[in-house]
Design a protein around this ligand. Sequence first.
Ligand SMILES: *Cc1c(COP(=O)(O)O)cnc(C)c1O
Length: 218
Amino acid sequence: MDLSVSAIRERIAAVSQQIASATSRPIDLVVVTKTHPQEVVLAVAEAGAQFVGENYAQEVRDKASAIEAVRASGVSVQFIGQLQTNKVRMIAGLVDCVASVDRASLIDEISKRMPSTRIHLQVNATGETSKGGCLPDALPELITRALDQGLHVEGLMAVGPTSAREDETRAAFRCVDELASEHGLQIRNYGMSGDLNIAIEQGSTMIRLGSAILGNRN
Ligand SMILES: *Cc1c(COP(=O)(O)O)cnc(C)c1O
């Protein structure tokens, strides 16, 4: 895929149109730059992206100079991958939001290394054990813990089922939407390249797109 600034800008515009034709709700687009080199992070920002998503702590550190540059220009960088507690310090100071928070030990470490940062709690709404995310029942306790430690809990994040079956995807996202309402959280961070339409239909306010904007990853 063409990774020039103008080509990326066109694909972002096409997605924005697709969103606008599906809903009048504003939806933020996180462009997922994992596995792409620093030049691509810079190109994505230059193409007008407001949010960039990264998955791996080591990669965030390796790409620190591009990440710092795009943040300086106003882009918000979101960590969306499974995060080991001993890697939190690697991303401290480099990301604006950790969207994949799913357990108490991670909350404790983030509040220690990245005080008062913004977080989304990741929910496992599909019951697949291979997936990150807390069970819905654990949410009240995690929300309280995060707030008590001064973190800003802005929303819920989820990854759709691996099966990609429409009915299962729809049920999972609907569940997360209801949980966000129940807990008074605004951001519903779900929807990827493969399940974007169902996510929008089910109340997503923030989608994370990698391949739809940047093509296949190596
Ligand atoms: C890789 C990744 C994405 C983007 O996936 P695409 O299918 O390329 O759009 C979104 N969210 C998470 C958590 C990811 O790991």
